[in-house]
Design a protein around this ligand. Sequence first.
Ligand code: C2E
Ligand code: CA
Ligand code: CA
Length: 919
Amino acid sequence: MERNDDGLYSLAVGTRLSREHIVELTLSSESTVMWRYDFTNGAIRWLPGIGDLLGLPGGLEDEVSTKLRTALEPLTTSARTSGVWQKFELEQQFTEPVGRTRWTQFRARTFDGESGNGLIGVATDITERHENHQALTDLAERYRLLVDYSPDAIVVHASGVVTYANPTAVAFVGERSSTDIVGRPITDFVHPDSIPEMRHRIRSLGAQGAASEAAEAILKRRDGSTMVVESVSVRTTWNGSPAFQVIMRDVTAKKAIEAALRYQAALVEHVSDAIVATTDTGVVVTWNPAAEIVYGHPALAAIGRPVSEVVGATLDPKAIQKAGGVVQDIHQRSDGSALAVRVSVAEMGTGYVLVCADETAQRRAELHFATVVTSLEEGVIVLGRGGLIESANPAARRILDITAELTGSSLSRLHFTGEKDAQEPQPDDPSAETRMTGIPQNGQVLRAHRPGGNEVWLSLSCRSLDSAAAAPHPVVVSFTDITERRSAANRLIYAATHDGLTGLASRTLIVDRLTSAVESDHRAGMTSVLFIDLDKFKVINDSLGHAIGDSVLRVVGERLRHGVRRSDVVGRLGGDEFAVVSLDATDSCSVRSLAEHIQALLSQPIFVEGKHLRVSVSIGIVMAASGDPRSAEDLLRDADVAMYQAKTRGPGRYELFDVALRERAQRRLQLEQDLRSGLPSGELSMVYQPIIDISSGHMSGVEALIRWTHPRFGAISPDEFIPIAEESELIDLIGAFTMETTTREMAKRRTEQGLDIELAVNLSARQLDDPELVTAVGNALRTTGLQPGKLCLEVTETALMRDPTAAAAKLNALREVGIRLAIDDFGTGYSSLAKLLQLPLDILKIDQSFVSALDNSKDGEIIVTSIIAMAHAVGLIVIAEGVENSSQLAVLRRLKCDQAQGFYFSRPIAPEALFRLVL
Ligand code: C2E
Ligand code: CA
Ligand code: CA
């Protein structure tokens, strides 16, 4: 086997391999060595060079044989069982003694020939090819890791569509995974502002591998926010087509740092504080514009000099830094003026940075403030977060009268009490709330107890010194002494709420107390108001003078004050009207006994200036449950209504208010108003009722009776509206109207019809008091020409008995004019007959109640008999009123009654109707 060719051939001998086959096997590899294996005897042969391929360069034949056999074993085992002319291939790795790894490929074909059957193949060194492939695999893996873990975002896009995105890119655009990105247009992730520039960059990348300059771009994130990146695009290929790989870096932080640096630089340039850098030995290195202004030295003059020299004072940065870094000091400006500075020192590099804040103005202001606070009239106390006093101005000491040290103690030592009652719980420390909440308190009115024992009233305000900070807050407490102002105000309040004469509560205070009593639901839930009015007080005042009147009122006030419970409020409403508001009279029974108790108290004789007086009171009572819708004024009005009602029943009575009472009162009020307007507008008219002479049966006279046709309510009885009119001057107008109308009417009938009958006109009690009465009546008679003897004035028994002496005087005056007088409604007033009979009277009219009593009782006749007898005894003419039937008339005739009137003869009717009848 000298020649390679022959060697090949000789190995192939006995195989059915053609020469072409062998050449094909051999030439398919570069460094190839042929071998042969016989299945029959297991003989193995090879050409030289195989040792190198098996990692045994220069190896012994046995060694080589064993190694080759082992290496070929997988081939020989599988080839033994397979058909002829099969191809086999195997790659094996060998390590050379020097440690180098070598890869060998074995390829073979089976043969079956005259020299037996077996495998014939070649061994090829493929070490280099193998190494190349591995390197590529390693490279790809390394690249993948690099891309996956890159802090920079990397995407590949081809034809405008994203084909790859690394995890950082996913994070940059805020998506969940790369599948959310891949396949979408690249423009989905780029802010519209950055798209034109991106297109321009891509177009400029002509050749494979070309890269763009790093440029800023704005990414559009999933949540709509944006992100600034620095991006580089590289032209590449993806699956054989041109593509762009984009590498993007997050520059947010970088930009923030840049901004911060710019800001810091600007700060140093523009702050008002001097910023000076020095070397470690204190030589000025930098000197900012503020330093130029503060110290008056230009930077050029300062730099290079020791800082102490420039600031005009010893300034040792190292020492300051060691002592905590901050000092207050006095430096000197270039012009020699003093500068109050706050120096902060920080170590930087090998030197120091000094920040010198000019606090001259601030110190001056502080000084001013201190002086102002010291000279303030207002007390000022500053409390620390712990509530302890940190400082107090002289006014605070003066107002609180404290000479001892205040600093370090708390406000509670001043024993504050509140406005209303000393028993009422008060915060120990009025600043507590502001300290805990930061909310200011303004104008709290408090009493502080001075160490000396007396007290001072304060108007006190609290304000947090730093409300932005967390609680507890330091607080400034300021206060003024309002003792003087308060007592003056108190006197005013007292004057406004108390009656000067009796010292009792005024109407205002009564209303006030009543309001709070009704509004609060106090325990029993019932408030009673007693409206007390002195009966006939006017008489005392008019006859004995105001001084005595006042004394009586004082005594009444005194008795009331002591006669009721402490919790009851006693007040004077004005004039002779008093009120008691009671929270204890909870039912009508207890309120009645309270009223009776008061009446008993006040009916005790009163001694004033040697005089012995007796008064009685009328009381109106109203009770209100808590939540009663009536206001205090309403309640007083209702009590007044009840009082009025009590009065109409006579002196010394009391009445409980009920709704019917109020309705009556309201109707009274309404009627009074309507009467005022109705009188001039002709709603009033006169009717006449004939008076018959019983023995002759002729009309001897007429009684004029007034009528009111109310536009809404129709006919209103004089029994209702005359008492209303009597309460005001309306009665005088009505009196004048009746007098004029009736006298004119009668005068007319006399002249026109020749009628000679008497006219009876009613006089109300109040008219009797009218000093103008006699003149007015005289005038009426004169103008109409009616003879005085033809006019009879009727006055009721009760009107006469109110003041018999005054009445007698008035009656006498009337009589002198020639007018006749009748006592009306006789028998209803329970008056002393003896007194009545002393009055100058002509006629007695028996009240109709006695006449109607004639119908069914014997008693009625007895009374009427005695009245007639008595009247005749003193020469009075007797007229029976309200005769309604013939039997009454028969009795009256039998009893010698002189005259009669009543429905039996005629109702009161209009003059036209009545006098036409007479014709
Ligand atoms: P009086 O003076 O007692 O008048 C008599 C009243 O009895 C009248 O009521 C009259 O209509 C009524 N009367 C007459 N006959 C009968 C009868 O047979 N049966 C019944 N049941 N009643 C009869 P009137 O007109 O309603 O007047 C009521 C009261 O009003 C009068 O009582 C009088 O006190 C007062 N009054 C009436 N007109 C005037 C007036 O012009 N001035 C004043 N001051 N008071 C007047
Ligand atoms: Ca009458
Ligand atoms: Ca009468």
